[in-house]
Design a protein around this ligand. Sequence first.
Ligand SMILES: [Zn+2]
Length: 222
Amino acid sequence: MQNIIFIAPPAAGKGTQSEKLVSKYGYTHISTGDLLREEIKKGSELGIEIKALIDKGNLVPDEIVTKMLKNKLANIKGNFILDGYPRVYNQAEILNTIFDELNIGKDEVVAIYLDLDETTATKRALGRLTCSKCGRGYHSSIEELMPKNEFTCDVCNIELTKREDDNEETFKIRFNTYLKETAPLLEYYKEKGILEIVDSNKSTKEVFETIEQILTGDRLNG
Ligand SMILES: [Zn+2]
């Protein structure tokens, strides 16, 4: 199986697809956010430095993220999914250097882009519901994620709430910023010949089947 670089706008279902790949094929899921949190938790020198940056509201510089990512990839057994990195062109080049240094070949990696219409994305994002007590996520219009009783947590039996940043206007800005930032990334992976585009307007199941076809080399349209 190939390693996966996941590129997906908000609400494209990247989290759900990653979970399915982890449980069915044993992928290791790597997100740079998790790496940063792990390092802080370890209380290492680097972790303390990272925490200080975040506490001051600063972004963690690329060189720190790169260092951690390289370390993680060097010690990983089996295949991995990269989630949320690279996000911009410059990071794709950095990642390419890391792959070279670790002898991870081009044919061992596929960049999967979950393509989603703005209308579908907005509808999905605005339907997201969360239980403030247990943190379970639901959705008001995706059948497999609907609560048993409308607007109530199946477990806690309390009213579900909407995420604060999921209002239409802010979502559209987030969505379009993402598309603008990632366009050069897609170009980069297309030129390398490792880009696969998946129509993510379809159901979770159909999207997963397409991803499986890519990974097994059975995809028809290539
Ligand atoms: Zn609950």
